[in-house]
Design a protein around this ligand. Structure first.
Ligand code: BGC
Length: 372
């Protein structure tokens, strides 16, 4: 295997003797750049980084961190965002292949849509790392680096369990469940993790799903869109909570959904002493959501330090370029329908109003002044 990788890399090196131009590809925003610290004559050190969208803070940070860390190691970087548009992402990756990138780092918009374009990458001996989201239905993905997605859901479920005192037998409480985008492999991991904690309480009646909506297709929010989450929460309030039934908790898998849920609750008059916001989970610790935590509108958010993920992926890139195997800590969980992709899972933690200063400010992730 090692031999195979080395010979593939040697082939890629041969192929990449043509200089890499760093022009923007049509339809996607590209921020290619050149490092001053390396020999750029051959253009053989170009790394393509494809991110889904600039509309969510987390992906902007992921992109910036990746670019900064790769450049610090002397690589050139072609960073592209695709407005959450699958075809734009495919075009962007095709462009990176044409520019003869050595390694592609891809956070897929829809994990199942990249089979053909990654076949081209494979045919050109370009290595592929799936970033945060697993790329499905292809053998042309070498590694996967992410946070432990099941654990993200577990932590959200445990937060609810603790805050409600479920372990002490308290209840019954009314809950509503939201799921992430069905085309994102992570989304079902988040849900299964949370449900692994909450299911016993649903079974013993201490958690009551007021709307009875539990089926994943019913609770899932396509594209992780805030507006769609807001619309679903509006409907839930009208159908189930308009006549004084108390809503105690909402499981939201991430921050973009939580933003929509808070907007809906606010419009419906939540946020007073008589009608406080329900416990509400999230993920990413986006700035507006940290502000919402400080203002008691959102209870917690999973903190996935994108600096850690970027460092890990840059290590993987370096190993691939050197023809060495990359470090992994999971070789069984992430089957993409074509193979089990060797993975490195970083550890998620949660932040809330009580600990955000320590977790987010003292660690240098945010400045207190940014959280207004
Ligand atoms: C990521 C989350 C993010 C969501 C929406 C998921 O794949 O793991 O961190 O909130 O996508 O962008």
């Amino acid at each position: 295997m090692k031999k195979l990788i080395s010979s593939m890399l040697a082939g890629a090196l041969m192929l990449s003797l043509v200089g890499c131009s760093a022009a923007s590809s049509s339809g996607s925003s590209s921020t290619s750049s050149t490092s001053s610290t390396t020999d750029t004559k051959s253009g053989s050190n170009l790394i393509g980084v494809a991110m889904p969208t600039q509309s969510l803070q987390r992906w902007n940070q992921d992109g910036q961190n990746m670019k900064k860390e790769l450049e610090a190691k002397g690589y050139k970087v072609d960073l592209q965002y695709s407005n959450n548009d699958v075809n734009t992402q495919i075009q962007g990756i095709e462009n990176m292949i044409t520019k003869k990138c050595k390694v592609l780092v891809v956070a897929a918009i829809d994990g199942s849509t990249l089979t053909d374009v990654l076949k081209k990458a494979g045919d050109n001996n370009i290595k592929v790392i799936a970033y945060d989201r697993l790329i499905m239905k292809t053998s042309n993905v070498d590694y996967y680096a992410t946070f432990d997605n099941f654990k993200v859901g577990v932590i959200q479920g445990q937060y609810i369990e603790t805050k409600l005192g479920l372990k002490d037998g308290k209840g019954p409480f009314n809950i509503e469940l939201f799921g992430g985008s069905p085309d994102d492999n992570n989304a079902t991991f988040f849900y299964k993790g949370a449900i692994s904690i909450l299911q016993p309480y649903i079974d013993n009646g201490k958690l009551v799903i007021g709307s009875k909506q539990k089926d994943y297709n019913t609770i899932a929010i396509q594209g992780w869109e805030s507006a769609k989450a807001q619309a679903r929460m509006d409907n839930l309030i009208t159908s189930t909570y308009a006549k004084g039934t108390k809503l105690d908790v909402v499981l939201s898998p991430n921050d973009s959904l939580a933003i929509g849920i808070v907007a809906s609750l606010k419009n419906a008059g939540y946020g007073t002493a008589a009608k406080p916001y329900p416990i509400l989970t999230g993920q990413d610790c986006d700035k507006p959501n940290v502000v919402a935590m400080i203002n008691d509108q959102q209870s917690m958010s999973i903190f996935k330090d994108t600096r850690t993920l970027a460092t890990k992926v840059v290590e993987m890139v370096t190993s691939l370029i050197q023809g060495k195997p990359a470090e992994v800590n999971d070789s069984k969980t992430y089957n993409n329908g074509s193979k089990v992709v060797p993975s490195f899972l970083c550890d998620p933690v949660y932040a809330d109003k009580a600990n955000y200063k320590k977790i987010l400010v003292d660690s240098g992730y945010y400045k207190e002044a940014d959280l207004k």
